[in-house]
Ligand binder design. Structure first.
Ligand SMILES: CCCCCC(=O)SCCNC(=O)CCNC(=O)[C@H](O)C(C)(C)COP(=O)(O)OP(=O)(O)OC[C@H]1O[C@@H](n2cnc3c(N)ncnc32)[C@H](O)[C@@H]1OP(=O)(O)O
Length: 440
């Protein structure tokens, strides 16, 4: 499979060039481990934020964070600029050399759980942003950094083995006033070399010490034409996001071409015997969209909280991904493999104790591809009103050709078109490879 970003990222940023291939890193403090402990990156995050390790201390820990308010900058100009390499870090997931780590990452097909990788990417993105905004004289940060958007995750043409070491790297690639774009790469050891397996772009937002209002981030200074290109790409990404949201089918009617396509699908479902709008029949090898649905419910226990005592974005992504994978599996009747994740917007934080309702459905298919949409909403135990927190978009590739999915209602037709737009925004067509084994 061709991966636009894996190719683009190769050699663009000076700090990642040598390190990406597994060479020695002179700045040892920038290399963290996934596991807990002295060099564990989650412990590092807790240290930076001063988060509680026990739920019973969470109120006290938050009270302490209030005192950090005075360290917040009144304007962005008051903050020193940072270089891309200031935020550059690497994180090791030594699945090969530390087999005790494997269980957590293992699927029954002896591949790596992609849902676990999503969790690691989320924490890595946050740590990168803390590196960018580091106050050298203070151990703790006054900022609360939250995930606003998973812009894109593209898989490259490599299998993920649970028996080989994995390495993540990343850095801040663009900054606004309170938001930052982060680019992350993942590599796996293959013939003694770390080869690219995944590229990800997230947008993180800085909030004040109590996560109640916006906070300024350090500006970014660019040191080479390559870095200018990365930054320019960040600007472009921002523009594309605005254009995409402006064109949303919730705000605007579909294009003439899209309307024609939907009308043709509708005509294809009319029963030639009755030609009645009430009796509709599916063409051969097609499934009604409503019959592709799967739902789940989770109780958001304190264990799933992030360092700011809200539910961890990575947990929400893992849950949505796993339901999406099951939906694709159920629909296609064979093992689906993840190809791309895009446009996951974290609209509202999820409180500890909430009920999390996930609803997943296939909204577009083509050949071996299945586009799945997972809608997430929460309700509190006291208040039964449901509130949407996220919409997830996953592109899967099935081992076999899959049926067509047909919308029955106008609402479903809009979901179909939205799914088609997400599918079309994918980098490039991919060919099914036996070694492309990235599963739940
Ligand atoms: C281990 C630790 C892990 C911790 C990580 C997590 O788990 S976090 C948990 C999961 N995530 C969450 O719970 C976040 C939930 N969402 C939210 O709280 C909020 O939607 C939000 C703070 C992200 C944004 O709120 P608002 O839109 O009201 O904020 P505001 O309008 O001030 O915008 C702040 C900045 O974010 C940018 N922004 C907002 N939404 C955006 C989006 N979808 N895509 C790109 N950028 C976006 C704006 O341009 C602006 O940047 P500029 O100022 O630069 O122009």
């Amino acid at each position: 499979m061709f991966c636009r970003l894996c190719t683009l990222s190769k050699g663009l940023l000076a700090p990642s060039r040598g390190l990406a291939q597994g060479s020695q890193n002179p700045e040892k403090q920038r290399v963290f481990h996934i596991h807990e402990g002295k060099h564990g990156f989650r412990d590092k995050l807790r240290e930076i934020v001063g988060a509680s390790t026990n739920w019973r201390d969470h109120v006290k820990a938050m009270e302490e964070r209030k005192l950090l308010h005075s360290f917040l900058a009144a304007s962005q100009k008051g903050l020193p600029p940072r270089r891309m390499k200031d935020s550059y870090i690497e994180v090791l997931l030594p699945l090969g050399s530390q087999p005790e780590l494997r269980e957590k990452y293992l699927t029954v097909q002896n591949t790596v759980r992609f849902g676990r990788i999503l969790e690691d990417l989320d924490s890595l993105g946050v740590l990168i942003c803390y590196m960018h905004n580091k106050i050298h004289s203070a151990k703790m940060s006054p900022l609360s950094i939250v995930t606003a958007l998973v812009d894109r995750i593209d898989m490259c043409k490599k299998s993920l083995s649970p028996e080989q070491d994995i390495k993540f790297s990343g850095h801040v690639s663009w900054v606004g006033k309170t938001s930052m774009e982060v680019k992350m790469h993942m590599f796996q050891l293959h013939d003694n070399e770390f080869s690219p397996v995944l590229d990800a772009t997230f947008v993180m937002v800085a909030r004040d010490s109590e996560n109640k209002g916006p906070a300024f981030v350090n500006p970014l200074t660019l040191e080479s034409p390559e870095e200018e290109e990365i930054f320019r790409q960040g600007e472009l990404n921002k523009g594309t996001r605005v254009a995409f949201s402006f064109m949303s089918l919730l705000k605007m009617a579909p294009t003439a071409e899209e309307r024609t396509a939907i009308h043709e699908m509708f005509l294809n479902t009319l029963d030639p015997k009755t030609v009645s709008f009430r009796s509709r029949v599916l063409p051969p090898n097609a499934v009604w969209m409503e019959n592709s649905k799967l739902k789940s419910l989770d109780i958001c226990h304190p264990q799933e909280r992030n360092i700011f005592n809200r539910i961890f974005g990575g947990f929400l992504m893992r849950k949505a991904y796993e339901l999406g994978w099951a939906t694709a599996c159920n629909f296609g009747g064979s093992r689906p493999f993840i190809v791309a994740v895009d446009d996951i917007m974290f609209q509202k934080p999820v409180e500890v104790g909430s009920l999390l309702f996930l609803s997943s459905q296939v909204c577009f298919t083509q050949g071996n591809y299945i586009q799945v949409r997972v809608h997430s909403e929460v309700a509190s135990l006291q208040d039964k009103e449901h509130m949407t927190t996220n919409v997830f978009h996953f592109t899967f590739m099935s081992e076999k050709e899959v049926p067509l999915v047909f919308p029955r209602t106008y609402g479903e037709s809009m979901l179909y078109l939205d799914g088609q737009r997400h599918f079309s925004s994918m980098s490039a067509p991919v060919t099914l490879k036996k070694d492309h084994l990235i599963e739940p």
